[in-house]
Design a protein around this ligand. Structure first.
Ligand code: PLP
Length: 473
């Protein structure tokens, strides 16, 4: 062992640096409102900063940690209302540290005993909340994107089994709403389905899939020689937080024997609430469901639950042999998760979510989701009572889209004005919101991810937008 390696693994150094870092993060949380949400720096400027930082000589670590905090968007700030990434519960970050330190990457059971057993338990907790029967099972994977791809591969294995061996996917197709997250389109293309194999069903005024069109779109596809294998429902969609009619999709899938997958990356979390669970009525009829813990379930990225109505299906997705890991590739061993996930080495992700619910109960999830969905409704009312703003649609979730209006402005001019406002908001850094285009109109978009956000804060945001809007007119 060299002197350097001895120093790197020194327990006292670890302890002291660890305490100092936790102190910094606790201060960051405590004084969250005393700094900007984002200190926007252009990509090239920041790259130059770090190129300049690299001295090829050892440097102290604490100033580095401090810089990272300064240059990071502050998700715990009450005026952070942009994308769907959660300010993690501090306890889950500690669990993440434990996971990183132990680094029990669970490709096989013995390399991640605790996290594998807890992963099974976490899947059971999700399955129960969904209303699945005892046959159900699931796994955790690295993000909604990967979970959706995994589910669609499983659908292909169930409905077009020959493809794994023969590799021919040219006639296969999936059906999905035109408002679904882009990762579903990407997954289908990765699977070789191509543009023709992704049948995008139109949406209604609330941006929900027009389930009344499913049959005619399917017949059209059939005429073109397409073999539909799956329908993907959104619960909810990304841009507007709209929940598709899952009951109607389930019925359609049952009639034609299609796989029914739900992308519940954002809104599947309502399964843990009594007030909003009705939004996913019919969910238990889906063959597979993806739910991100790093969106509405207070857990650091990435942690996604992928649940299967028939747990046995999850073993069919991948048929690889890996002699160095498993003695029998065909054997259904729940505890060897790499048989069922993309990941070989995998983070100990189950611990983060389990640490939260074990310490605070499922009530923590109920409180979080309900508080933020309620806040979405309150914000919509505030917008509607202000004649200078237009609400895009009545929100079903905590995603609220709206735009500033100006007398005499065309939609084109309003698009430019609202885009300018959004850019200026990000550059000034007092608030963080995003934008989206709905039917060619540009809307400001907020996802209320933060339990620290208040009604007063939302009124302040509108006043701030109006002020910037006036400067641009
Ligand atoms: C509905 C939906 N599905 C999937 C994703 C992708 O999830 P991830 O970022 O965890 O890969 C998102 C992300 O915003 C989403 O909103």
């Amino acid at each position: 062992m060299t002197e350097l390696l001895n120093a790197i693994y020194d327990a006292n150094d670890f302890r002291n640096t660890g305490y100092a870092l936790i102190d910094k993060l606790a201060m960051h949380l405590q004084k969250k409102t005393q700094r900007q949400v984002i200190n926007f720096i252009s990509p090239n400027e920041l790259l130059a900063f770090w190129q300049n930082d690299w001295a090829e000589q050892p440097q102290e670590v604490m100033p580095f940690f401090e810089q990272i905090i300064q240059q990071s968007i502050s998700l715990h700030h009450p005026q952070y209302m942009g994308h769907q990434v959660v300010p993690p519960a501090p306890l889950t970050a500690l669990a993440d540290l434990l996971a990183a330190f132990l680094n029990n990457g669970s490709a096989v059971y013995e390399m991640g005993q605790a996290s594998s057993a807890i992963e099974k338990l976490v899947a059971e907790i999700f399955c129960k909340a969904i209303g699945y029967s005892q046959e159900a099972d699931g796994l955790l994977t690295s993000g909604g994107t990967l979970a959706n791809l995994t589910a669609l591969l499983c659908a292909r294995q169930a409905k077009a089994t020959e493809v794994w061996e023969e590799g021919n996917t040219k006639d296969l197709a999936i059906m999905v709403s035109e408002e679904a997250h882009y990762c579903v389109d990407r997954a289908a293309r990765i699977m070789g389905l191509g543009t023709e194999g992704i049948i995008k069903v139109h949406v209604d005024e609330q941006f929900r899939m027009r389930t009344d069109l499913l049959a005619s779109f399917y017949q059209e596809a059939e005429k073109k020689g397409k073999k539909v294998i799956a329908v993907v429902g959104s619960a909810c969609s990304t841009s507007t937080g709209s929940y598709d009619d899952l009951e109607a999709i389930a019925q359609f899938c049952q009639k034609y024997d299609f796989w029914f997958h739900i992308d519940g990356a954002h809104g599947g979390a309502v399964i843990f609430t009594s007030k909003y669970k009705h939004l996913v009525k019919g969910m238990e009829k889906a063959d597979s469901i993806a739910i991100d813990c790093h969106k509405m379930l207070m857990t650091p990225a990435l942690t996604t639950a992928l649940l299967f109505k028939n747990g046995g299906n999850s073993y069919q997705t991948f048929m690889q042999k890996a002699q160095y890991l498993w003695t029998d590739a065909e054997e259904r061993e729940w505890y060897n998760y790499s048989k069922r996930t993309f990941e070989c080495t995998k983070l100990m992700m189950s611990m983060k979510f389990y640490a939260l619910i074990r310490t605070y109960g499922i009530q923590a999830l109920e409180d979080f989701v309900t508080t933020l969905y309620d806040l979405g409704k309150t914000f919509a009312q505030i917008i509607q009572s202000n004649p200078h703003f237009e609400l895009a649609i009545e929100p079903m979730a905590n995603i609220v889209c709206f735009r500033l209006l100006k007398k005499g402005y065309s939609d084109e001019k309003l698009n430019q004005l609202n885009a300018d406002i959004r850019r200026e908001i990000v550059e000034k850094g007092e608030f963080y919101i995003v934008q989206t285009k709905l039917k060619d109109k540009l809307y400001l978009r907020t996802t209320l991810m933060n339990p620290f956000t208040t009604e007063v804060g939302l009124e302040k945001l509108l006043a701030y937008i109006e002020k910037i809007g006036n400067e641009y007119s």
